[in-house]
Design a protein around this ligand. Structure first.
Ligand code: LLP
Length: 416
């Protein structure tokens, strides 16, 4: 399915032995497969080829420059949510005309820089934000394209922290208010309000909530068109789920097949903003077992990666598969033991996986936490004054360090 496979009992990323990477670059270490990354981008492009959409990679999933550059080189645009991501986006060499900017709390400074750079679209999340963008655009003498982010009031079955498309959360604008904005858009003299944006949540594994949301939005667009309000762009967001354990998510093809009929009825250009689907399975977090600790109630594998490196299990209680970098067979079932895989951080919530079975696991062994390419490194921190991990990208048999490991000096660099 992806490019992490065993060869003679050793886990490889493409044609590179992960054990060698760990020896060379140390652990914890993020390892990415360029092939998985690019092929997932292409899967989306291909699935949607009948309507030739602009696919903007959602940088929040993984904002490493090398990752983003690889996608930009393939033709991707970028979906950003902050001045920092805007800065990173510039560094990738992406055409500013392929940048879309979402987020509920854009500051005046961020808005100003983005307008000056001539980004493609702001995805606007409230009326005060719309007014601020209008004001800044006026000051700069630039007419700015904006899309209104609609909250279609759809519940998607996913983790409560990552569902964004139902009433009662902070994202988007309700239909009624959006309608008023579109019908009265002439009062925003410096804006070209010509797009609609939606993003209903993340790690959504079936097409049904997307379709429900899109149908509502398509009806809304038709209603506006009847009132002579042209909607030229529809951004359908990201949110496509991936396999972490037993999910059976829709493929890009199935997703496209389900939503294309709805999209084709809307006479607008389409934008997509996938993050996890492109980067998620392209990355693994490699960590070394520091101690095996046996207690009366449980065995712990204490590893050198913690919640500061990968916070998803601690924050959302979600599952990441954990594979031994050297796979072993067993002759006696007693060699199979169950472990909680935990980090060195001083919190009980610091774990990467619970109740995981390993064969003859011992100190010094390497483990690979799978599906860590999205919202892994990008959510990492220096908690407990832990330098952040290094990142490497594998392409065939070649390896490139794309972020060096932080040093202790890095930890205090900005302190006065
Ligand atoms: N567009 C917008 C406006 C978004 O807010 C997001 C993600 C995306 C696109 C990309 O969604 P994706 O295709 O990756 O599902 N940290 C959480 C995920 C938070 C997602 C936030 N928004 C996690 O680790 O599961």
């Amino acid at each position: 399915m992806h490019d992490f496979n065993y060869r003679h009992n050793n886990l490889y990323c493409e044609s590179v032995n992960i054990e060698e990477l760990a020896r060379k670059y140390g652990t914890p270490l993020y390892v990415y497969s360029r092939n998985t990354l690019i092929s997932h981008y292409r899967k989306i492009k291909e699935a949607f080829s009948p309507i030739n959409p602009l696919v903007c990679f959602s940088m929040k999933a993984n904002s490493n420059l090398a990752i983003c550059k690889a996608l930009v080189k393939e033709g991707a645009g970028l979906d950003i949510v902050s001045g920092g991501e805007l800065y990173r986006a510039f560094k990738t060499g992406v055409s500013y005309r392929k940048i879309v900017y979402a987020g509920v709390g854009k500051t005046e400074k961020e808005i100003e820089i983005a307008i000056k750079r001539h980004i493609f679209f702001f995805n606007v999340e409230s009326i005060p934000e719309l007014e601020l963008i209008n004001k800044v655009a006026g000051r700069l003498g630039i007419r700015q394209k904006v899309a209104i982010r609609i909250n279609p009031d759809i519940k998607a079955r996913t983790h409560k922290y990552i569902t964004t498309g139902h009433g009662g959360n902070k994202f988007g604008i309700d239909f009624e208010t959006a309608k008023k904005i579109f019908l009265g858009k002439s009062r925003y003299k410096n804006l070209n309000i010509s797009g609609i944006h939606m993003h209903i949540g993340s790690q959504i594994v079936d097409a049904e909530p997307f379709i429900r949301a899109m149908k509502r939005i398509a009806g809304f667009i038709r209603d506006l068109q009847r009132r002579r309000v042209a909607i030229r762009w529809l951004n359908i967001g990201g949110g496509l789920g991936i396999i972490y354990s037993k999910e059976r998510p829709q493929t890009a093809k199935e997703y496209a097949k389900a939503v294309l009929p709805v999209l084709k009825k809307v006479n607008a250009n389409i934008i997509l903003e996938p993050g996890r689907f492109i980067a998620g399975n392209a990355g693994a977090l490699i960590t070394r077992v520091q101690y095996i600790k046996e207690t009366p109630s449980k065995n712990f594998a204490i590893v050198d990666a913690g919640m500061n490196d990968l916070i998803r299990p601690s924050l959302y209680g979600v599952y990441h598969e954990i594979l031994p970098v050297k796979s072993r067979s067993y002759s006696n079932s007693k060699e199979i033991r169950v472990f909680d895989v935990v980090g060195p951080i001083c919190e009980s919530g610091d774990f990467l996986g619970k109740g995981r079975k390993f064969i003859s696991l011992k100190e010094g062994d390497l483990l690979s936490v799978m599906g860590a390419g999205a919202y892994g490194f990008s959510m990492s921190s220096n908690y407990n004054s832990r330098p952040r991990a290094a990142e490497v990208m594998v392409e065939g048999s070649k390896t490139k360090l794309i972020r060096r490991r932080e040093t202790h000096e890095d930890l205090i660099r900005t302190e006065i």
